[in-house]
Design a protein. Structure first.
Lengths: 257, 257
DNA sequence: GATCTACCTG
DNA sequence: CAGGTAGATC
């Protein structure tokens, strides 16, 4: 089984890139972030033509998440948002179970800047995520999505430029470690201890062609799931397309048995 | 020599359609309307690569006109806007002389609706155009562009739907006849007395595929130029492209000698 | 730099 | 329906 995560930065202007990637990469499950579309305007028809069903949880303008599953797979026990979220909270989490695997798809708040209230909201959101995840450690678990945190120095092209940013400041990295302390492993790093690969590059200043990137799209897994993984990779090719998302997919391949 | 007129409805998102049409139709002179771009942002490089120079007179958001001339032709005595226009007037007219022919490229105001001040401005603009044109009747003259007037019933798919519109109301048609009374002929109609062909179709309601169009893009000529014309045609093919302008080009072919 | 919401014109 | 603007977010 192949499980992928991709922040598409709005699904509607990205449908061509998304469907061509689905054809090429043939994932079984795709966690999408920043769909930026209300559920009644989600392009369900085109997703169906591409061979996928979708569990969706979106809003206009900002945020929005979805889990695509290849026809034939069943997604059960769908949860939307954190249990501690208010009814009117940003739509940032959707989870479900496929083939006995709990899949949690997150779009962690960006935080704007260190001094902003949004940064405190981000840190708090992460702690509330930790609380929810703790209830699912007894089954194979993958938490994937746009974490808006680069875990370590190797995940940033230039730490000097980023250590005062909301994506790499020590406080948010510590909070990520705290979330992971319940027994989660950064699966890409586990399989590639020394790889300097990124999943996001700013649209500005030709950041992609200079490879000024960060690895902020993660797949955290518990022990039970880690044992099932064959490899984890980052597919840069969608970032090279015309009108790309600023993020590129992270792909988790499970062992065949 | 081939002289064409095309309201491109913003030149920047239309560059692909424009350059491929230049390659196919090989006009010597092209009068463009609604370029919607300030002169320092005009895509002069791509126009040059296509083999043309451009005399431009644009503004942001609205209006804007340009005359493209194939390399090797010279454009002289360029005039911008009506002599009676204020300095801050809409940019709606550019004229120049090529090979002894005076070419006046106009984007006549739309007028919004019959009751709007914009409609009076349209009627006034047409009268002021007449005054300027009167000074050029002693040389071969072509006045082409988007007149935002369908001259006769045959130029409208359904007169009932349009006779209370700013594009076909009796007052604006009378004003057009008044402009033409100085000795100008509707060249397309001269060569095709019975042709029901249109140059504009609304983007809405599938108007193009139903052929709900109007002929509002005209090439008016004086006697001296009429004698030089071989034929006048409307090229529908650019309207069939992806992301088309709502207008399609009018093409005037001069006799070879 | 590339989305979105809005509103404005044609 | 398809251009444009501005201001906001990431």
């Amino acid at each position: 089984m192949r499980i992928a995560s991709w922040n598409v930065n709005s699904i509607r202007p990205r449908m061509e890139q998304l469907t061509s990637w689905l054809v090429r990469a043939k994932p079984d499950v795709v966690c999408l972030q920043e769909t930026k579309v209300e559920d009644d305007k989600f392009p369900m028809g085109e997703i169906g033509e591409a061979g996928y069903q979708a569990a969706i949880f979106g809003q206009k303008t900002y945020n929005g998440v979805a889990i695509l599953t290849r026809f034939g797979l069943s997604l059960s026990d769908v949860q939307k948002n954190l249990t501690s979220d208010e009814a009117d909270a940003h739509k940032r989490l959707i989870a479900g179970t496929v083939d006995g695997i709990r899949i949690v798809n997150v779009y962690v708040p960006n935080g704007q800047e260190l001094s902003a209230p949004a940064y405190q909201y981000k840190l708090d959101w992460m702690s509330r995520l930790k609380a929810d995840l703790s209830a699912h450690m007894n089954e194979p678990l993958i938490v994937c999505g746009d974490f808006n945190v680069a875990p370590e120095a190797i995940d940033v092209h230039n730490t000097k430029k980023w250590d005062q940013s909301v994506l790499f400041h020590e406080t948010v990295r510590a909070r990520l470690r705290d979330v992971m302390s319940i027994g989660l492993t950064d699966s890409f790093r586990h399989f590639h201890p020394d790889a300097k690969e990124f999943s996001w590059w700013d649209y500005r200043l030709g950041a992609f062609k200079r490879n000024w990137g960060l690895r902020i799209d993660l797949a955290l897994v518990n022990e039970a799931l880690l044992r099932k993984i064959k490899d984890v990779s980052i597919d840069r090719t969608p970032r090279e397309a015309e009108r790309p998302s600023d993020h590129t997919p992270v792909v988790v391949d499970l062992l065949d048995n």
